[in-house]
Design a protein around this ligand. Structure first.
Ligand SMILES: *[C@@H]1O[C@H](CO)[C@@H](O)[C@H](O)[C@H]1NC(C)=O
Ligand SMILES: *[C@@H]1O[C@H](CO)[C@@H](O)[C@H](O)[C@H]1NC(C)=O
Ligand SMILES: *[C@@H]1O[C@H](CO)[C@@H](O)[C@H](O)[C@H]1NC(C)=O
Ligand SMILES: *[C@@H]1O[C@H](CO)[C@@H](O)[C@H](O)[C@H]1NC(C)=O
Ligand SMILES: *[C@@H]1O[C@H](CO)[C@@H](O)[C@H](O)[C@H]1NC(C)=O
Ligand SMILES: [Cu+2]
Length: 211
């Protein structure tokens, strides 16, 4: 099979684009050009960056949820934000995006205050890590993590420091209403529908990135 050169070019650029977590600052700058090559955003759960990395920043974050700012490089992406509790977690078992989001537009996305689960067992001084996962048109996931300490006195970003680029927006991907015995088939049908949508944009994406 002959793969057209423009497709290879598109894939190479896709591999470089990736995303960054600007706030709270990510554990390691996996977007940087001189980055440690043992880290890859394709690696679950945190791009291969260990949770005990001594140089990792740890940001004070409000007990009721704080700001999150992302640097996105794709035309659109599905976005999952998860939280794990503890100083060095591998289990990110609290989701902050239920249902997950579809973010349209490249540039900066700033969420002023991410809501936390109501019964989250955190108090002043609790540590945790935020895992940000983007899933693109080709279905492959990219990961980054940012470490926080929950603080009673911590604040969200000032409005002037939490700005979303023009053309960037997000919408939760709404789950279907599931009724009685049809639920299994409907659930599968939706999965296929989302997948078809995902594959439908692949070509546009590749052409877009190749320009
Ligand atoms: C790259 O990361 C690995 C794993 O954390 C670490 O062992 C290694 O020392 C790092 N290399 C550099 C040059 O920082
Ligand atoms: C960091 O964690 C890894 C595995 O989780 C472990 O092998 C390593 O010894 C730890 N490093 C430090 C400095 O604690
Ligand atoms: C990102 O958006 C800008 C316009 O806001 C556009 O010029 C650029 O080509 C886009 N880049 C990608 C990778 O989509
Ligand atoms: C998440 O995982 C931690 C430790 O792995 C556990 O203590 C906690 O109960 C879990 N929470 C939920 C909601 O699953
Ligand atoms: C996500 O957004 C993109 C771009 O706006 C759109 O093409 C796609 O259909 C959306 N996916 C879903 C499941 O809504
Ligand atoms: Cu990329």
């Amino acid at each position: 099979m002959i793969i057209p050169a423009f497709l290879l070019l598109g894939v190479a650029q896709l591999a470089q684009a990736h995303f960054g977590v600007d706030y709270p600052p990510m554990r390691y700058n996996t977007l940087g050009s001189s980055k440690n090559t043992t880290y890859s955003q394709y690696t679950n759960p945190c791009a291969g960056v260990p949770g005990n990395l001594s140089t990792a920043p740890r940001t004070d974050w409000p007990l009721t949820g704080g700001s999150l700012q992302l640097d996105l490089h794709h035309h659109w992406t599905y976005l999952f934000i998860n939280l794990g509790l503890g100083p060095d977690v591998s289990n990110f078992n609290y989701t902050l995006t239920a249902p997950f989001w579809n973010v349209t537009g490249n540039g900066t996305l700033c969420v002023p205050k991410l809501a936390l689960p109501a019964d989250l067992p955190v108090r002043d001084g609790s540590r945790g890590s935020i895992q940000v996962v983007t899933v693109g048109d080709d279905g492959s996931a990219l990961y980054n993590c940012a470490d926080v300490t929950f603080r009673a006195g911590a604040k969200e970003l000032d409005a002037g420091k939490c700005e979303t680029s023009a053309g960037v927006s997000y919408a939760p991907v709404v789950a279907p209403v599931v009724e009685g015995p049809k639920s299994g088939a409907e659930a599968r049908g939706v999965g296929v529908g989302v997948l078809a949508g995902v594959m439908g944009v692949t070509v546009a994406m590749v052409f877009g990135m190749g320009v």
